[in-house]
Design a binder for this molecule. Structure first.
Ligand code: SF4
Length: 211
């Protein structure tokens, strides 16, 4: 036993490279669309509108290879596989056209899982404090409104807790949320956002926390 513990192991890079290339190739495939000013993602509509503005100008800064994100993606893949066996369609992309001031915008989203009556949104967070989080509820409500479903399930897989919530659809003014996203009038949308923002180093709207 002592022999095993005291032995030095050679570093390896084989599997990490597979994980990296998967993340990078997904990012690269979306790069063209990410810089299209007529495309608005549902995730843009639940975030600071300045982030979308920066993504259109500096898309490369949006790439991130963080262990916590890789972990989250792997959990998604695993749970989606199980949901597929239960009859859900998974990783379903959709698009709705909205006309704002005479200009067409494509609102695009991708739901984790869906069947004829409900949408499932999977979240992996570092802690279970304050779940369900308000921006996750808004995201699911947008899916329900855009896809015309009455019920959604928001499931959190966190190190401390697996917890799911049933969310009933509430009517949202989707055009208003789209307008404030396109016109970039909510920066930030949530008080905590700047702390975790990739663009904080170049942003004049950054809200500085006292702590
Ligand atoms: S630093 Fe804050 S205000 Fe600026 S883009 Fe990021 S979240 Fe928005």
């Amino acid at each position: 036993m002592d022999l095993i513990l005291s032995r030095e192991y050679k570093a390896s890079n084989k599997l990490t490279r597979i994980l990296y290339l998967r993340e990078y190739s997904n990012f690269k495939d979306r790069l063209g669309e990410m810089t299209n000013p007529r495309v608005v993602y549902v995730t843009d509509m639940v975030s600071c509108s300045q982030k979308r503005y920066y993504r259109l100008s500096y898309p490369e800064l949006a790439f991130s290879f963080e262990p916590v994100l890789v972990l989250g993606n792997l959990v998604h893949m695993g749970l989606e596989k199980l949901l597929e066996e239960e009859g859900y369609k998974v990783e379903v992309e959709f698009e709705k056209i909205f006309k704002i001031n005479g200009v067409e915008f494509r609102v695009k989203g991708r739901v984790d899982a869906i069947n004829s009556s409900e949408v499932v949104e999977i979240k992996t967070t570092r802690t279970d404090i304050k779940i369900p989080l308000e921006h996750h509820i808004l995201q699911l409500q947008l899916y329900l409104n855009l896809l015309n479903r009455e019920k959604g399930i928001l499931i959190y897989i966190t190190p401390e807790r697996i917890s799911e919530y049933q969310i009933d659809r509430e009517e949202l003014d989707v055009s208003r949320i789209l307008l404030e996203t396109i016109e970039n009038t909510v920066h930030p949308r949530w008080s905590w956002e700047c702390k975790y923002c990739t663009y904080a180093r170049i942003c004049p709207y950054k809200v500085l926390s006292e702590k």
